[in-house]
Design a protein around this ligand. Structure first.
Ligand SMILES: [Zn+2]
Length: 95
């Protein structure tokens, strides 16, 4: 007996909100990676800080928005477009 786990590989056809959330999470992840690399090089590399560092409140807002985007991705969008997309693009992977 085998069972299947459904995972989403493609995000094509999702609503603008989902795409923005995905981009924000990727940007946040890449920035976090750069921060880690920078720590190894004893040199701060933080693109968000470089761009918005002169406006600490805006910089903080970027981090909060990225965090909210991650929460949104975890919950998943419930709009009709994403729902149909989830069905269309879902791939079944044999475990
Ligand atoms: Zn959606």
């Amino acid at each position: 007996m085998s069972h299947y786990v459904t995972i989403n590989i493609m995000e094509k056809g999702k609503c603008a909100m989902s795409m923005i959330a995905k981009i924000l999470v990727i940007v946040g992840g890449l920035n976090w990676g750069l921060v880690g690399v920078g720590m190894f090089m004893n040199q701060p590399i933080n693109l968000v800080s470089m761009i918005f560092g002169s406006m600490p409140k805006v910089e903080a807002l970027v981090y909060v928005v990225v965090g909210l985007a991650a929460v949104g991705m975890l919950i998943g969008c419930k709009c009709a477009k994403c729902k149909s997309c989830n069905v269309d693009q879902a791939a079944q992977v044999k475990v």
